[in-house]
Design a protein around this ligand. Structure first.
Ligand code: NAP
Length: 511
């Protein structure tokens, strides 16, 4: 198994084996906006395997050439950089389109013939990687039809590796996630299933493991003795855009907390894995998720969670609508657009360290940050001096839009008086490495082609994450549920969110 961090220091990545990537939902937004631009960027960096083909598969009947034009427009609009003409020529010659109506079995047999032909043309047994860029309601149907058509091979006796990538949302609650797992596993083995959480493809998220385990100075402090608490904030200033109908059935906890935040949290808090192989890392992540204290009583949910919904307000001095005025949203909707929770990990390392998470739409800015706040030193030496405060040391891991790490320390400002003031030491990805970070999908697509599942979510991780949040979501739906607070668009959520921390003398970090 390749080291998942290979390439970080500039060494050559081992090339993935010859692959045909078959994208179901090939004309959809995800494919055109994210997947194809990511593939083109991989082509530009010469990371793609040879041979490599893309076969787009969806409902409409489209000639290959027209599909190539369609994706070229997507690339022009959405790629993080301009793709050279020569690279596009080579790439597009290997892009094909095949009509597949998801519920039509015959289409899958025709797809098989087409793939066999392509393999013959390319002179080899390409691996088949299926990307289900479709609603999860199709995951079971597409997998079953692929299986029936002989397009899924066993990992032991198959001639080629066949695997499947599935997109979020993975379930609506624990039961539906278990059902989805069963549906997928009736056609694929667990090791053939790659559940994508694009947060794990971000450089800054991958760096959490390197930061923790490649630096001797932090690991001894990484526990309840030195850490006072942790805050994880995922803030967006945008509203729900054109996703009103989807979001209104989903809410921010399902959309962001259940997957991205719990994934980031589990990486941040894991024990050192035996190695950086997929299962070693994921075994440790599951242990963290299992150790997160479950919400077992309504009272616990009421004291440890806050939910809110935005009303009209201002973002960047522009007036914006309230949530229930958005397109596709029910006028009496009680869907949360903001949530804050206090979690605890009941294990030896983290006993008594609260982890506060908050996420919301229409907050003042787009920012994702993990802040680790260390315990204050004893106040004995400084208590009689005039100073602005011996502040807590804060290690902030910035995931987006800034990518880097900062450490707030106390320092003596110049001058005759002995004072302590906070200053910040910073590491910034762009400055330090001098290259822009690739898009998360680039790394994840490449890893899936190589069969490396380290950055993908395993079935048990998904189910544990739902198990943590299901009781909260269910309680919020009952008539005894705690109030849904409102907040003006452009503010940091309902003012009640401060209460989660206030009783212990803590407050949300100003971001
Ligand atoms: N868009 C994103 O950035 C994003 C990000 C994360 C996750 N996701 C998830 O990814 C999934 C796809 O999202 P999307 O935004 O790309 O959706 P979308 O724009 O609605 O695209 C859906 C695709 O599925 C095809 N399709 C639908 N029903 C079909 C059928 N019965 N037979 C054959 N093809 C069919 C459509 O083909 P036609 O065009 O021919 O109808 C289209 O290619 C969703 O579950 C979404 O939640 C999306």
């Amino acid at each position: 198994m390749d080291n998942p961090f290979a390439g970080a220091s500039g060494e050559r990545l081992a090339r993935a084996p010859a692959t045909a990537l078959v994208i179901f939902g090939a004309t959809g937004d995800l494919t055109l906006r994210k997947l194809i631009p990511a593939l083109c960027n991989l082509a530009q960096d010469d990371y793609l395997p040879t041979p490599f083909v893309v076969v787009g598969a969806s409902r409409r009947e489209i000639p290959d050439e027209q599909y190539r034009q369609m994706i070229l427009e997507g690339i022009r609009e959405h790629s993080r950089r301009k793709i050279e003409d020569k690279i596009w020529q080579e790439f597009s010659e290997n892009v094909f389109y095949h009509q597949v109506r998801f519920d039509n079995q015959n289409d899958y047999h025709l797809l098989k013939e087409r793939l066999d032909n392509i393999c013959r043309q390319k002179g080899g047994n390409l691996n088949f990687l299926y990307y289900l860029a479709t609603s999860p309601s199709y995951f079971g149907l597409i997998s079953e039809n692929l299986h029936q058509a002989g397009l899924v091979e066993s990992t032991k006796h198959g001639l080629r590796r066949t695997s499947v990538i599935v997109e979020k949302p993975f379930g609506h609650d624990l039961d539906s996630a278990k059902r989805l797992n069963l549906e997928l596993k009736s056609s694929f083995e667990e090791k053939q299933i790659f559940r994508i959480d694009h947060y794990l493809g971000k450089e800054t998220v991958q760096n959490i493991l390197v930061f923790r385990f490649a630096n001797g100075i932090f690991e001894p402090l990484w526990n309840y003795r030195y850490i006072d608490h942790i805050q994880i904030s995922v803030a967006e200033n945008v509203g729900i855009g054109r996703r009103g109908e989807y979001f209104d059935k989903t809410g921010i906890v399902r959309d962001i907390a259940q997957n991205h935040i719990l994934q980031v949290l589990s990486l941040l808090c894991i024990e050192p894995p035996v190695s950086f192989t997929a299962d070693s890392v994921r075994d440790e992540k599951v242990k963290v998720l299992k150790s997160i204290r479950r919400f077992t009583t309504p009272q616990q949910i009421e004291t440890c969670t806050i939910r809110g919904q935005y009303i009209k307000g201002y973002i960047n001095n522009q007036a914006v609508r309230g949530y229930t005025e958005e397109d596709g949203v029910a006028k009496n909707s009680t869907t949360e657009t903001f949530a804050a929770l206090r979690l605890e990990i009941d294990n030896w390392r983290w006993a008594g360290v609260p982890i506060y998470i908050r996420t919301g739409k229409r907050l003042p800015k787009r920012i994702t940050e993990i802040s680790v706040l260390f315990k204050r030193p004893p106040d004995i030496l400084f208590k009689n001096l005039s100073y602005r405060g011996v502040d807590q040391n804060v290690l902030a891991i910035q995931i987006q839009p800034r990518e880097g790490i900062s450490l707030k320390i106390c320092s003596k400002p110049p001058g005759p008086r002995l004072r302590a003031e906070p200053v910040v030491m910073e590491f910034n990805y762009g400055h330090s490495f001098g290259v822009p970070s690739p898009e998360a999908y680039e790394r994840l697509l490449l890893d899936a082609m190589k069969g490396d599942a380290t950055l993908f979510t395993r079935d048990d991780e998904i189910e544990e994450a739902w198990d943590i949040l299901d009781p909260v979501l269910h309680h919020w739906e009952t008539k005894d549920s705690p109030p849904l607070y409102t907040y003006e668009a452009g503010t940091w959520g309902p003012k009640e969110a401060a209460n989660l921390l206030k009783s212990s003398g803590r407050r949300w970090r100003r971001l």
